[in-house]
Design a protein around this ligand. Structure first.
Ligand code: BGC
Length: 260
């Protein structure tokens, strides 16, 4: 089994925090050259670049708001100059937005979630596939969520965006497969990152969350990263068009462990 990624050029969007940062480190540890994209907090991106370089890896950081198509074009131009192209795209940048019931939601805030999570993933996949299809190799992997399947009150934009990225993944996979390019997704459950700090740092909310997870613990970002490394490597050469959930069983309907 070989999960080494030597010689591969990877881009991780939203790669300076949470799951994205763990994926960037995981890809670099596996031997890939990594471009860490960020929209805010350049210092976190630079710190990660230094960490990778200290371990004798290759990394750069590139600023771009992926919800802006022109910025995504510029991001890929910079990537072409720095790395000469791309072999692995990790579409990871995402936001969940403020909690609001659908009929109370602010339209601009709702739209922003879709623009980052769905449009951003599409703009980046589009640029990546333009390069991967002619070279007849490459992998596009998007980070979705258990909430591509599980409804979540207060987060209609987030759930809709993740379900949409799931179908985008399946369709792009169908289009790219004849060209030797794989397109797939990883669906994290509750992973300990800044996005859900308010939940895991409050004992009552944490208890409520743990009841929704059969393995009864929150996941670590590294548990997503290690699966991503496997999925983008040749070990997963026959896997495309699917979301692989890494969720401690959250999508296994734990409420049905009793009754029914
Ligand atoms: C969200 C987290 C949440 C988890 C499980 C993720 O997609 O970003 O905030 O804890 O789903 O509900």
């Amino acid at each position: 089994m070989n999960t080494r990624l030597e010689g591969k050029r990877a881009l991780v969007t939203g790669g300076n925090s949470g799951i994205g940062a763990a994926i960037a480190l995981g890809l670099a540890d596996a031997g890939a050259k990594v471009a860490i994209n960020y929209a805010s907090h350049p210092e976190a991106a630079d710190e990660l670049v230094q960490t990778i370089k200290q371990k004798h890896g290759e990394a750069i950081s590139i600023h771009a708001d992926v919800s802006e198509p022109n910025a995504v074009g510029e991001l890929f131009r910079q990537l072409d100059v720095a790395m000469g192209g791309i072999d692995i795209l990790i579409n990871n940048a995402g936001i969940d937005g403020a909690s609001a019931l659908g009929w109370e939601a602010d339209i601009a805030a709702w739209r922003k979630v879709i623009e980052v999570n769905l449009f951003g993933a599409f703009y980046c996949a589009r640029e990546a596939l333009k390069r991967m299809v002619p070279q007849r190799s490459g992998v596009v992997l998007s980070t979705t969520s258990v909430h591509e399947e599980i409804a979540w009150s207060g987060y209609s934009a987030y759930t809709a965006s993740k379900a949409a990225v799931s179908m985008l993944t399946k369709t792009l996979a169908q289009e790219a497969a004849p060209h030797g390019v794989r397109v797939l997704a990883v669906g994290p459950g509750a992973i300990k990152t800044p996005i859900n700090r308010a939940v895991w740092s409050d004992p009552k909310s944490l208890q409520d969350l743990l009841e929704k997870i059969p393995l009864h613990r929150i996941g670590a970002p590294e548990e997503i990263a290690q699966m991503v490394v496997v999925l983008v490597s040749d070990v997963a050469s026959y896997v495309t068009g699917r979301t692989i959930f890494v969720d401690g069983g959250m999508t296994d309907y734990p409420a049905f462990a009793h009754g029914g």
